[in-house]
Ligand binder design. Structure first.
Ligand code: BJ8
Length: 424
């Protein structure tokens, strides 16, 4: 592994504390990932990305900045990356998925804030993540209350642009979202000094659609009876999609899918026939949150799909590529993004329809509805989701968890009992 200490120092990071994080990650990754049997060879690329997670990509982002380019840090799948890339800038996901950063967030946020927000704020304020240091501008959104207030705290430390996301899906809301994307475009143009032309936007729409198509192909392969890839590996790929170079990610994911298609033809499966197929739904699982997948897959089940922002919500629906004028392209973006079904919307029945549809498509035997502790939105929506699933005759287990390992044993007991029940 290359030595990135000078780079981290130049970023003003707290090296001593960061060393502690670097010391635990390889062990956690090894325990969850490298212990799996019969992994596809194409996973070597993603292993390498994680092994140098605070080195390779941050160095690329800094190179981009040295050439005058800007980096935007985002926290939500409603923020259209296409606008950023069309201005010759780079968008990178910033959501924190490690307990390591949570205490830093708790210094300024109420304890009863969800761990994703606490970890994201802690990673910035404690100066222990290069991505949070590198981003020239953050892009927030008005989704949940915790995030809205967190932007005010982060905004004291770093420039931030906030997108006002409507929370209903009437025609006027979609129009309002298009206007908000237009405002974002103007802000990105001013910040980067680059104009976003129809040609540039058309290119970036195709670039990001390419990533969506690659992920769709990967997920399509998970619908097979014989599973060519584990849920843990698929989750890792979804997580890496948020910050890897989009063109390279698409190429590597398509190469992996070639291998997986061959596996399907050869009848290769990562689990024995009859292993119970689990669909996960709920709050996002930001890297390195692999807890629940690991528990399911070491308790006799296999995760076949995630109805999550680190899953289908990220890649389903393409942006219309046929538009040639900026206003129409922005409308196409607004329409595509407003197809995402997050619990911050009311009503959000589309999400329930999605879960039932996905359960059929992926032949799920059961569903785990997972909620990050203190996420009121998904917790409350869980009532409607779980009732609808029971009505549809799909077994469901509701779980609330955080980033600590303190509940791992209890979760394992509950998940094992659920899978046992599916077996009977
Ligand atoms: S589109 S799920 S990425 S808002 S878990 S921070 S909602 S309290 S992450 Fe999200 Fe966009 Fe929706 Fe997806 Fe708040 Fe809940 Fe925490 Fe959440």
């Amino acid at each position: 592994m290359a030595d990135y200490r000078k780079m981290w120092e130049d970023l003003g990071m707290d090296l001593e504390t960061h060393d502690q994080l670097c010391a635990v990650l390889p062990q956690a990754f090894g325990d969850v990932y490298l212990s799996q049997e019969n992994r596809p060879e194409g996973m070597d690329y993603y292993n390498m990305v994680v092994a140098d997670i605070h080195g390779i990509r941050p160095a690329e982002l800094i190179e981009h900045q040295k050439k005058g380019g800007k980096v935007f840090g985002t926290f939500c799948v409603y923020v259209p990356d296409e606008i950023v890339f069309a201005a010759d800038a780079i968008a990178t996901g910033l959501c924190g998925g490690s307990q390591f950063w949570v205490p830093g967030g708790e210094k300024v946020l109420p304890t009863n804030t969800c761990p994703l927000i606490k970890a994201s704020v802690g990673a910035r304020l404690d100066r222990t993540c290069p991505f949070f240091r590198i981003a020239d501008m953050y892009v927030g959104e008005t989704t949940c209350d915790g995030k809205k207030k967190a932007w005010e705290i982060l905004g004291e430390d770093v420039p931030i642009h906030i997108m006002d996301l409507p929370q209903m899906k009437r025609a006027k809301d979609i129009k309002a979202w298009a206007e908000e994307i237009e405002t974002f475009k103007n802000a990105v143009e001013t910040f980067t000094g680059n104009q976003i032309t129809a040609e540039k936007l058309s290119e970036s729409i195709k670039l990001i659609n390419g990533k969506r198509r690659a992920l769709e192909r990967l997920y399509e392969l998970r619908k097979n009876e014989k599973l060519p890839i584990s849920g843990c590996d698929a989750l890792l790929i979804s997580q890496i999609a948020f910050y890897d170079d989009p063109g390279r990610f698409t190429k590597m994911t398509n190469a992996l899918c070639d291998e997986l298609e061959q596996r399907v033809k050869d009848g290769v499966s990562v689990v024995p026939a009859g292993t119970k197929r689990i669909l996960l739904t709920g709050t996002p699982l930001a890297i390195p949150n692999w807890k629940l997948h690991n528990i399911v897959e070491t308790s006799g089940g296999i995760v076949v799909c995630e109805e999550m922002c680190t899953g289908t919500r990220y890649f389903e629906h393409l942006v219309d590529e046929t538009k040639t004028e900026v206003p129409e392209q922005i409308e196409a973006l607004a329409e595509r993004y407003m197809n995402i079904n997050c619990a911050c919307f009311t009503p959000n029945t589309g999400r329930i329809d999605d879960i039932v549809r996905l359960a059929k498509e992926y032949k799920a035997d059961g569903i785990i509805d997972v909620n990050l502790k203190f996420c009121n939105l998904y917790d409350t929506e869980g009532y409607l989701v779980e009732r609808a699933l029971k009505d549809a005759g799909i077994p469901v287990l509701g779980i609330e968890t955080d980033y600590t390992d303190s509940d791992a044993q209890q979760l394992r007991t509950r998940v094992s009992a659920f899978i046992e029940m599916l077996n009977n």
